[in-house]
Design a binder for this molecule. Structure first.
Ligand SMILES: *[C@@H]1O[C@H](CO)[C@@H](O)[C@H](O)[C@H]1NC(C)=O
Ligand SMILES: *[C@@H]1O[C@H](CO)[C@@H](O)[C@H](O)[C@H]1NC(C)=O
Ligand SMILES: *[C@@H]1O[C@H](CO)[C@@H](O)[C@H](O)[C@H]1NC(C)=O
Ligand SMILES: *[C@@H]1O[C@H](CO)[C@@H](O)[C@H](O)[C@H]1NC(C)=O
Length: 744
């Protein structure tokens, strides 16, 4: 036996004595009803007799009237986006030699992507020149750009293995992304040392053509940003010390806790086709569980339309949901029932939702009405099930159209910012009518395109961000990209925190796209500024951060950093200041079991003392239908945080325990919160017990057997690296090959 094998074997024995995930099932907490809650709707467009198709409820618009059946009907998929929802810039400049410039663009992209005729110039420069040439075309004759980009994409096979050539035209069409991309090309600053071109070229996936522009913020920037107060004033530090002593001292009473639920990434799929292919390859659609999904190893031929025969399908989509598909109506209703049931008679003290309502689909099948339908139906469901529970929502990157895209509130050079009123008006009215926010919040949402702040509980301020403004896929972030806060959202956040600090309030931040992890989601500059803000206000004022987006169960530790450069931060546990809880999704997409979470929260510090993770195992769905069981999906407890992670014996034994908290039999004491220090210490423990990362990877997907687990040394090392990365640039220090277990 080799030394290292011996080490792993010994570690496994030690792990066996600690609580492990029950991979068979876990304790059942709720057995769902088989029937669909039709009484919540004025009527049904369609109601299945058995479980042969999904129910299709009639959904009433906030503004009156009803969404048409054809908008979300599995038998009728839209074939193109509405013609009147196009975003395009106006021409602003002449270009005498347009043909020549177009020719140049072809040449340059050829050098970039084919790399055969590569000149001696560094690729980064070629990329910047190509953007500059595209800009000239966009400013002279914008309508040319989407077609030009589609043709280049097709001819150079840019989407390559990712998909089919048809995706080039579909994605880059004027009424899909082509229009927004042309706007950005037209408005961005590609001259001199302006960083927009470099930022774009750095972000192009897989190429890494340019270095990321520096994230570093100067001292004078930070002084101004924090209004001259770079560290918490003494009265704030003293107050926090007293509060902690009172909360966790002698008289600590674990029974005094708030219960706060966290749901995220619902992705309601009204187009889910029961009996369709749930394990599909890309073809007539990129989405599985559609009427036109197929698996090319089972169905040969060119699929046109109609329905496949059962023997042409590898894995038929189950009525209750499937591992590679979004949430059908049946599962959405079942999850809401489970959420309410777990809340018990007293319900929750609050529920937070970290965004994403709309189903994944082919980009050209989206429309504004499709987004509004998802907003309306999901928020109606939430209100029906949670009644008067305080509820704080967030906008996700899917809750707009085209998805992932939103410009800041400040008008673009041709005044096009009003283009998002259709969404912000609709959703903020909807929230206000449900009494989740007030008129002042509605005004803030318009002013900051999504950010607002509420006080749902005594002395707690919850600040909700629209993280589209740091999401790297949102192309509008590449205009004025040297500004780490082009949208003004982080200014708003900081002013709210300063106000809260003055009043000795506690703060939670909720958002959708996480700030760090593998560094592939947020842009470096805004996420670095966010890191500085967290470090400035935690733990004295900021109690915790909450994200969604990845659909998987993860967390990010923030460490103290005040030099304006998150990537230089010391990632030692004694320097931990906060944590972001990244909660797993309701949607099973991809290879996940549906989940929600309930935190036990201290009623004065608003720190998390414990949480329970609930899930329903998709593999059980087959029997529900096949054996015609008289109930719906069963929800179970997957784990509780302290049981799974509260044991630090290995780091104690190896003298690497450095949290400074006196343990109780090697376990985290009951009166200590699961704060940044706890999660940082857990990463140290994981270094000593790699099998704990395997457990982490199992619960990361809610134990779905189709997902992968983390066992290789490289996977363990890099997952620990992600957990310690609260900013994009810290995430870039890790290899990005192990950051998802569902898709990986
Ligand atoms: C897992 O849970 C099931 C059902 O609750 C139970 O029967 C089984 O004994 C448990 N297994 C372990 C290893 O705890
Ligand atoms: C573009 O960036 C350059 C270099 O940073 C700057 O001098 C110029 O003023 C910018 N142009 C606009 C329109 O902002
Ligand atoms: C297609 O079906 C085969 C056979 O069931 C399966 O092994 C494969 O994973 C499926 N393909 C996809 C993309 O899911
Ligand atoms: C976390 O809680 C422990 C125990 O109360 C405390 O010692 C530590 O300083 C806290 N860490 C942070 C970042 O608040």
């Amino acid at each position: 036996m080799k030394c290292s094998t011996l080490f792993y074997a010994a570690a496994a024995v030690l792990a066996g004595s600690a609580a492990a995930v029950n991979t068979t099932s876990g304790e059942p907490v709720y057995t769902g009803s088989k029937s669909f809650p039709t009484s919540l709707f004025p009527s049904m467009y369609y109601m299945p007799k058995k479980m042969e198709q999904e129910p299709r409820p009639v959904v009433t618009r906030e503004t009156g009237g009803q969404f048409p059946d054809l908008l979300n009907n599995p038998y009728h998929l839209p074939t193109s986006p509405p013609a009147n929802e196009v975003l395009m810039p106006s021409p602003t400049e002449q270009c005498e030699d347009l043909d020549q410039v177009i020719h140049e663009v072809w040449e340059l992209f050829g050098q970039l992507f084919r790399k055969d005729k590569a000149s001696d110039a560094p690729l980064c420069n070629i990329c910047r020149t190509a953007l500059h040439s595209l800009q000239r075309i966009a400013r002279a004759d914008p309508d040319l750009v989407p077609d030009l980009m589609s043709s280049i994409c097709e001819s150079l096979n840019i989407f390559g293995a990712l998909g089919w050539k048809q995706e080039c035209k579909r994605t880059l069409a004027k009424n899909v992304y082509g229009g927004s991309i042309t706007q950005v090309l037209s408005y961005a600053n590609f001259t001199g040392d302006a960083p927009d071109a470099q930022t774009i070229c750095a972000q192009i996936p897989k190429l890494n053509i340019c270095d990321f522009p520096t994230e570093t913020l100067s001292d004078s920037f930070l002084n101004d940003w924090f209004r001259g107060q770079r560290h918490p004033p003494q009265h704030v530090v003293d107050h926090w010390k007293q509060l902690r002593e009172r909360a966790y001292g002698e008289g600590y009473d674990a029974s005094k806790k708030l219960r706060i639920s966290h749901i995220t990434d619902l992705h309601l799929d009204g187009r889910y086709f029961v009996g369709g292919e749930s394990e599909c390859s890309w073809g007539a659609t990129v989405q599985c569980c559609r009427i036109n999904s197929y698996n090319s190893s089972v169905y040969h031929g060119q699929f046109v339309h109609g329905q496949l025969q059962p023997d042409q399908i590898a894995a038929p989509a189950n009525y209750w949901g499937a591992s590679r598909c979004d949430t059908p109506w049946s599962l959405l209703a079942n999850s809401m029932e489970a959420l309410r049931a777990v809340g018990g008679d007293n319900g929750y003290d609050m529920t937070i939702f970290t965004g994403d309502l709309v189903a994944h689909d082919d980009l050209y099948r989206y429309s504004r009405d499709f987004v509004k339908y998802s907003e309306q139906s999901i928020y109606d469901m939430i209100k029906s099930y949670l009644k008067n529970t305080p509820f704080v929502p967030t906008l996700g990157n899917h809750d707009t159209n085209p998805e992932n895209v939103m410009a800041p509130a400040a008008p673009l050079p041709d005044g096009t910012s009003y283009k998002w009123d259709w969404d912000l008006d609709y959703v903020s009215t909807l929230w206000k009518n449900r009494e989740w926010i007030d008129q002042e919040n509605v005004n803030d949402i318009h002013k900051h395109h999504g950010a607002f702040s509420v006080k749902p509980l005594k002395n707690l301020r919850v600040i909700s961000l629209n993280t589209d403004f740091w999401y790297c896929v949102n192309m509008y972030n590449y205009i004025h990209s040297s500004n780490p806060d082009n949208s003004g959202m982080l200014r708003f956040l900081t002013d709210e925190l300063i106000e809260a600090e003055k009043n000795h309030e506690r703060v939670w931040i909720i958002g959708h796209v996480l700030s760090g992890w593998d560094g592939k989601e947020a842009l470096d500059r805004p996420s670095n500024l966010f890191y500085q803000i967290v470090s400035r206000f935690a733990p004295h004022t900021l109690a915790a951060v909450f994200f969604g987006h990845t659909h998987e169960d993860q967390f990010e530790v923030f460490y103290f950093n005040d030099n304006g450069e998150s990537k230089s931060t010391s990632q030692l546990t004694e320097h931990a200041v906060s944590v972001a809880y990244v909660a797993p999704s309701i949607t099973p997409y991809t290879n996940l079991n549906p989940e929600f979470r309930v935190y036990h929260v201290h009623p004065e510090t608003y720190e998390i003392m414990e949480f329970d993770q609930y899930y329903t195992p998709i593999p059980e769905f087959e029997a529900l239908v096949k054996e015609n069981k008289n109930h719906g999906p069963v929800w179970r407890k997957l784990y509780t945080a302290r049981e799974l992670y509260g044991d630090f014996h290995a780091s104690v034994k190896s003298h690497t325990y450095r949290a400074g908290v006196a343990l109780n039999n090697n376990r985290w004491p009951k009166n200590a919160p699961l704060n940044g220090t706890f999660w940082a210490a857990l990463t140290d423990e994981m270094e000593q017990r790699p099998e704990l990362v395997k457990t982490f990877s199992e619960v990361q997907t809610g134990n779905n057997p189709m997902a992968s687990t983390c066992t290789s040394k490289a996977c363990v090392v890099n997952n620990i690296c992600y957990m310690r990365a609260g900013s994009a640039s810290l995430g870039h220090k890790c290899s990005d090959s192990y950051s998802t277990m569902g898709r990986g």
